[in-house]
Design a protein around this ligand. Structure first.
Ligand code: HEC
Ligand code: HEC
Length: 380
């Protein structure tokens, strides 16, 4: 099987080279055993990465950009291509964008994502928006410390893209366009300098530009543009009122964890989904599975609620198909088990309160973001 793929890759390579005109600046070479495998090619051509002007609305937090991976126009553009290119998967059928679709705020509409050959991934696809404000804790369980490290994993995950990075690097090196793109973004002079580290840096750069901050909520609250309806306003009150243990009436208190403006606190909580007899009984251990601390079993990172109306199904395992079900779950309160957040108390969910909360959650949808050309498929 592997040989077949190599053969296929080689034949496309020759095809590509055969069709190319000569201004690409690439010079071929052959490897030592006299075979036709090209080991390293010098890349010439432009390499003056230009700084990318990231526009962050003043009402959003300050962007966090790692020193060793500043945003450049060329890097972001390369990252965008890689994000949409199935070349990163074993059989070239799946790209990051298969599970992270722009119209669904970069989710996939599946309870559990569907990876290569129709396999089920182990969790629900997250919406990678506003990643530039998150210093760490990527994934539901916070397993990855940076976007660059995160991007290594879907490519290798056998349930997702199931590729071998060595082979992906080879494909990118032998591609008619990518060596030039990597040179433009990172100044490499030779195809053997084209590595997974650079690919993931480019992906990280692109993802850091994916900022959602033009929802109705942002317009009304931060841009003085328009008004909430009465129902939305009521939902906003319910969402933001803080839980106070001395109150006789308990409130939804959503903003305790889903706090504005990110609508997620980047911290871990057990939000009361499962009733388990013991802390070791969670089907998915969450944070505890990462750090080995049994008291963190069942805790997950609070995801953002921005664009939440577009990202069903919900929770790390996609157990709820609608926001109505989510609200009913929170209204029941937790199960009173160890480790659950004390901020989950049952509250009365009248049809009116439910409609109000839903109306408010719908104001977090950002149509401009999901239609923004800068984040769309560059191959279309
Ligand atoms: C098969 C579907 C699938 C593919 C393909 C896929 N992802 Fe994901 N993505 C997921 C799932 C599922 C999660 C949640 C993973 C977890 O928590 O274990 C996720 C999580 C993420 C996150 C974390 C977001 C956060 O808020 O922490 C980022 C970033 C991300 N993916 C980027 C990518 C990139 C970049 C690629 C391509 C290299 C990619 N994904 C390919 C399904 C996919
Ligand atoms: C104690 C902190 C906390 C409170 C309070 C809280 N949440 Fe959450 N929320 C979380 C965590 C953690 C998750 C992820 C849980 C998981 O998937 O296992 C989550 C998940 C969600 C999701 C699913 C998001 C997705 O992308 O799948 C929705 C919707 C949601 N919460 C809405 C609300 C609403 C509405 C309220 C108020 C009624 C609320 N939350 C109160 C912590 C909290």
């Amino acid at each position: 099987m592997k040989n077949l793929i190599t053969l296929f890759a080689l034949s496309t390579l020759f095809f590509a080279f055969g069709c190319e005109d000569d201004d690409s600046g690439m010079m071929g070479g052959t490897d030592d055993d006299g075979g036709s495998m090209i080991t390293s090619i010098e890349i010439s051509g432009p390499s003056n990465p230009t700084s990318y002007n990231l526009e962050v609305p003043s009402y959003l937090p300050g962007p966090i950009i790692p020193e060793d991976n500043p945003l450049t126009v060329e890097g972001v553009q390369l990252g965008r291509k890689l994000f949409y290119d199935p070349i990163l998967s074993r059989d070239s059928t799946i790209s990051c964008s298969s599970c992270h679709q722009q119209q669904l705020a970069f989710t996939d509409g599946q309870a559990l994502s569907i990876g290569i050959e129709g396999q089920s991934a182990s969790r629900n696809a997250m919406s990678p928006v506003n990643m530039v404000f998150n210093p760490n804790n990527f994934h539901w369980d916070g397993a990855h410390e940076s976007l660059e490290i995160q991007a290594i994993h879907p490519v290798e995950n056998m349930l997702e893209m199931d590729a071998d990075w060595e082979e992906v690097e080879e494909r990118l090196r032998n591609h008619p366009g990518y060596p030039q793109d990597f040179r433009a973004a990172f100044g490499i002079g030779n195809t053997n300098e084209l590595t997974r580290e650079l690919a993931t840096r480019a992906l990280g750069q692109f993802e850091r530009t994916m900022i959602s901050g033009q929802s109705r909520y942002d317009k009304v609250v931060s841009q003085n543009d328009g008004f909430f309806t009465e129902l939305e306003e009521e939902g906003k009150q319910l969402f933001f009122v803080e839980f106070n243990p001395s109150d006789s009436i308990s409130h939804p208190g959503c903003s305790h964890c889903h706090n504005a403006p990110r609508f997620g606190d980047n911290l871990f909580h057990n939000n009361g989904l499962d009733s388990v007899a013991s802390l070791t009984d969670f089907a998915d251990l969450g944070l505890g599975g990462v750090n080995g601390n049994v008291f963190d079993n069942g805790k997950f990172r609070t995801p953002t609620l921005r664009n939440i109306a577009l990202t069903a199904p919900y929770m790390h395992d996609g157990r709820f198909s609608t926001l109505e079900e989510v609200l009913e779950q929170y209204a029941r309160g937790g199960h009173g088990i160890e480790g659950e957040s004390p901020f989950l108390t049952p509250f009365e969910l009248t049809p009116e309160k439910q409609a109000a909360l839903l109306a408010f959650l719908n104001t977090l949808t950002d149509e401009e973001f999901i239609n923004d050309e800068r984040f769309s498929n560059p191959f279309e």
